[in-house]
Design a protein around this ligand. Structure first.
Ligand code: BES
Ligand code: ZN
Ligand code: ZN
Length: 447
């Protein structure tokens, strides 16, 4: 038996089914608990047909409402299912995720519950892998949760750099406005133009096997999205501190892979700035030359994510020599209309690359939905009379706004295999960052 933190609390949480040979008083419907004090056990009766996603939701709810320090007998949960290793992985990760203490600035600290996970030694390898994933997923979530006055481009960059420097295998490079100017990242700079805070690009490189194709993960790092001159109306400003979630996820993924000493070749590019208004802010209908030379009409300053990502992609291809790439971004409100909080929308210009990623998603037990990427999705952006491409719809609103955003980005993929993950619906919930897709990217690359 392995006990994760040797706490050995008074009470143990144990799962049973209706068929279990225990005190019949314990056998109640799902989600009911019975505490047998002389056994020091809190029993929960589970339905063996419960899907893993339902089980995950159950644990998340349980941890939210529970107010005892507990040992958790993971084997008792695993026993109920056939696919034991998968179940153990999900249990460990969900407990570590649910019980991660939220950053708080209360003068009086709230008490935090502890869990000691207990499981058989045969699962130790799975546990070690999950622990790494969750350390960095929770790091990304802490960055997400920072209030926008504390989580600026500079402070978030500093936190990423500090954490990445814990591992000598990671090459850390940081750029500010000066370097962005010299690379010709004018789209990125156009988003930063209204800001009083210097932008940052944080590049993390890890190579555990140089024979592997170099995969770039480009993350949208808008530390607050006001919309710019196309200012968001009041209630749409809510949660706009989470617009940097993509940058947090891609940076944390590289750190986790490096910690695992994974046999992969990966680089993250975090594009960090806020999107604010002010005398120098970019005006709608401005025309700006991207790093790869395309003249872009900025049709709406609130469609800023695609601008910072476009220059990030060009950097990844031309400077970091990426052979295939991802963008991870809270890109469009429309993806939330389409898929809600349940699935990340994935756009692919290459079926094989999508299939490979999908295997990682299954292993990570996250949820995605493949969205279409048609050549027609570019048409509304080609209506501009004076530039090569518009950043979003100028007037002809044919719908599919998540797809046209992906089509815009694909113009910067230079025909490399490219996947775009729109996490606008999945990045946060209930005022808490979720760092979605970090585990899936990790599983794809952890070979
Ligand atoms: N950051 C937003 C997308 C978003 C909306 C994320 C809601 C999370 C919740 C993005 O920059 C944006 O404003 N997109 C616009 C694009 C439009 C102007 C073409 C949108 O989705 O409305
Ligand atoms: Zn926006
Ligand atoms: Zn945005």
């Amino acid at each position: 038996m392995i006990t994760c933190n040797q706490k050995s609390f008074n009470i143990t949480l144990k799962a049973i089914t209706k068929e279990s040979d225990v005190n019949p008083l314990v056998i109640k419907e799902n989600k009911e608990f019975t505490l047998i004090s002389e056994e020091k056990t809190l029993y929960v009766c589970m339905c063996p047909k419960m899907t893993l996603f339902k089980m995950q939701a159950f644990i998340l709810d349980f941890v939210k409402s529970n107010n005892m320090d507990l040992n958790v007998d993971l084997d008792s949960f695993v026993e109920i299912y056939q696919n034991k290793e998968e179940v153990l992985q999900l249990l460990v990760e969900t407990f570590m995720f649910a019980n991660h203490k939220q950053i708080e600035m209360k003068t009086e600290e709230t008490k935090h519950k502890s869990y000691d996970l207990i499981f058989s030694a045969q699962y130790e390898n799975i546990y070690e892998n999950s622990k790494i994933k969750l350390e960095y997923q929770n790091f990304a979530r802490d960055l997400q949760d920072l209030p926008p006055n504390l989580g600026t481009s500079i402070t978030i960059a500093d936190k990423i750099i500090e954490k990445a420097k814990e591992n000598k295998e990671i090459k850390v490079t940081v750029y500010g406005k000066k370097e962005a100017v010299s690379y010709g990242m004018n789209l990125f700079l156009a988003v930063n133009a209204g800001s009083n805070i210097d932008p940052r690009i944080v590049v993390l490189e890890y190579c555990g096997d140089s024979s592997k194709p170099k995969t770039a993960l480009v993350g949208k790092g808008i530390t607050f999205d006001s919309g710019g001159y196309n200012l968001k109306p009041g209630n749409y400003l809510k949660n706009m501190k989470y617009d940097m979630s993509g940058a947090a996820v891609v940076s944390a993924t590289v750190m986790a892979l490096a910690k695992r000493k994974a046999k992969c070749n990966v680089v993250s590019v975090a594009m960090l700035t806020d999107n604010k208004i002010g005398g120098l802010a970019t005006l709608p209908e401005s025309i700006v030359k991207s790093m790869n030379g395309l003249n872009v009409e900025i049709a709406d300053t609130d469609a800023e994510g695609r601008l910072v990502l476009a220059d990030g992609m060009t950097y990844a291809i031309r400077e970091a020599k990426a052979e295939r790439l991802f963008t991870v971004a809270t890109l469009t409100g429309s993806i939330f209309s389409a898929l809600g909080k349940w699935q990340t929308g994935v756009f692919a210009n290459n079926d094989e690359f999508f299939e490979e990623f999908n295997q990682g998603v299954l292993k990570a037990q996250e949820r995605i939905w493949r969205m279409p990427l048609l050549s027609e999705h570019l048409e509304p952006l080609e209506f501009t009379k004076i530039a090569d491409i518009a950043s979003c719809e100028l007037s002809n609103k044919d719908g599919a706004y998540s797809c046209t955003a992906a089509a815009f980005l694909n113009q910067f993929s230079e025909e490399k295999p490219y996947l775009h993950l729109d996490i606008a619906g999945t990045a946060d919930f209930d005022a808490r960052g979720l760092a979605p897709m970090q585990k899936s990217l990790y599983e794809l690359l952890n070979k």
